[in-house]
Design a protein around this ligand. Structure first.
Ligand code: MN
Length: 229
């Protein structure tokens, strides 16, 4: 459904993936509504942490090589990546080898975020201040866009920095303290060897099948639920 004046924010996401081969969510932009954030640990060619903030009906995304820190002295390189569909925030599973970003993906943290100041201005100016309410990450952060890419390429390099507050701690590295999924409790290895994906978004979540009783078996089939929109 096209919206007036809206660019196709997910065009790059779509172009990079073959949805016949990857279990990742399809490129579907949703109505701007929520303020979720998710951090996904992703063991692709190099392990990194994908930092995603819901905004404008998509997940604005950065790949944080070393992961987020709670130490205000740490400036973590955060390479801007393509906008992802909101449904991606519920994705934990395995991207097949040979596909884009092949490797296991873990939901390392999730919660909500609130911008400090105007987020559109912050994104445009390259100075996005916000507060996180997660399980493992809380408090104020800033994402600052660096002036120049060393490689002169098209990569957009930002820095993710913890602001000093009650949640900050010198030397505090939550990515070392927590190495399992905040969603399923699984390790990367368990994700890699286990079921391909669990879905936690409302839309995709399947109910656990219940043993069919005689009554259930003979009950009239209900028509399939219509998608939300
Ligand atoms: Mn990634």
């Amino acid at each position: 459904m096209a919206r007036a004046g809206s660019r196709d924010l997910l065009a790059t996401y779509k172009a990079k993936r073959d949805f016949g081969k990857t279990p990742e969510p399809k490129a579907k932009r949703e109505r701007a509504k929520g303020n979720s954030f998710v951090i996904q640990k992703h063991a692709a060619r190099r392990t990194h942490f994908d930092f995603r903030l819901e905004h404008d009906g998509v997940l604005k995304s950065w790949a944080v090589t070393k992961g987020p820190s709670l130490d205000p002295h740490e400036k973590r390189l955060a390479v801007r990546t393509e906008d992802h569909p909101l449904e991606y925030g519920g994705f934990e599973g395995v991207i097949p080898k040979g596909e884009y970003g092949g490797g296991p993906v873990m939901i390392w943290d999730e919660g909500t975020w609130e911008p400090i100041g105007d987020p559109d201005e912050g994104l445009a100016k390259g100075d996005l201040k916000f507060r996180l309410h997660g399980h493992r990450l809380n408090g104020d952060y800033v994402l600052v866009r660096m002036k120049k890419d060393r490689t002169g390429g098209k990569r957009e390099n930002w820095l993710l920095i913890k602001k000093r507050d009650d949640y900050a701690g010198d030397g505090s590295e939550p990515t070392q303290d927590f190495d399992t999924s905040v969603k399923s409790g699984r390790s990367m290895d368990q994700i890699l060897t286990g079921d391909s994906a669990i879905w936690t978004s409302n839309k995709a979540q399947k109910k656990t099948p219940v043993a069919r009783t005689k009554r259930a078996a003979t009950a009239k089939k209900r028509p399939a639920r219509k998608p939300a929109r």
